[in-house]
Design a protein around this ligand. Structure first.
Ligand SMILES: Cc1cc2nc3c(=O)[nH]c(=O)nc-3n(C[C@H](O)[C@H](O)[C@H](O)COP(=O)(O)O)c2cc1C
Length: 206
């Protein structure tokens, strides 16, 4: 089993990437999958969508061909999004523009992790991703998600930088989410193998 982790912050050294890499380490440590693929949007590695995506422009094959192959090989995903002005960052929305039709995310389970710097944020990215990123990609979000608030005080490499109580709670809850994601991934492989999830006739959702 291979699990892909998409880190949605454009910032270098973001809290979202820190959390995404912590989740990657836990997947390996808890033996929850065979392989982890981490993709970070730090520094905006992807071009902004244009119609060449649909016409198979060579520029786009160069830009995303390898990434498409990596995503296609994943059985499940973790989507880590910071809350930026109450939104998902534009680079992460751009990421979701690139895959509909290819089926690389289709009928695969995904765990949302939302990351906020303060004590009150983090709900909006969950709502936004659940509302708008799945229709044509056919990505299937788990009913469970994780909101990491006060992100600077948890999941740090140096334990003395962590708020012990928050770290303990969020670590336990993260493992609960990742174990659940693994079980969904196993079950969804059977769903995809059924032949009933073809995108041939109804390529886009309603
Ligand atoms: C452009 C921008 C807008 C932000 N807006 C919010 C916000 O609306 N709510 C919030 O809780 N935090 C907000 N933050 C703080 C981020 O949640 C914080 O930086 C956190 O570490 C997650 O972002 P990161 O993964 O880019 O580090 C914002 C940060 C940036 C860079």
């Amino acid at each position: 089993m291979k699990i892909g982790i998409i880190c949605g912050s454009h910032r270098n050294e973001s809290q979202s990437e820190k959390v995404g890499r912590y989740a990657a380490a836990q997947l390996a440590e808890q033996d929850l999958c065979d392989e982890v693929f981490v993709f970070s949007l730090a520094g905006n590695p992807l071009p902004f969508w244009d119609e060449g995506v649909w016409t198979g422009d060579a520029k786009w094959e160069d830009a995303i061909g390898e990434l498409r192959r990596e995503l296609a090989g994943c059985d499940a995903f973790v989507v880590v999004s910071p809350e930026w002005h109450g939104m998902v960052p534009g680079g992460l929305k751009n990421f979701f523009l690139l895959w509909p039709g290819s089926g690389v995310l289709a009928h695969k389970p995904a765990l949302i992790i939302s990351v906020a710097g303060g004590a009150g944020g983090g709900a909006y990215p969950v709502a936004e991703l659940r509302m708008s990123s799945y229709k044509n990609s056919r990505l299937c979000y788990l009913p469970e998600h994780l909101i990491v608030r006060n992100a600077g005080s948890v999941f740090n490499a140096d334990p003395s930088s962590n708020d012990a109580e928050s770290q303990d709670y969020l670590h336990g809850r993260l493992i609960y989410c990742l174990e659940m994601l693994r079980e969904y991934a196993i079950a969804f492989a059977g769903i995809r193998a059924s032949g009933k999830t073809s995108l041939e006739t109804y390529t886009n959702g309603m």
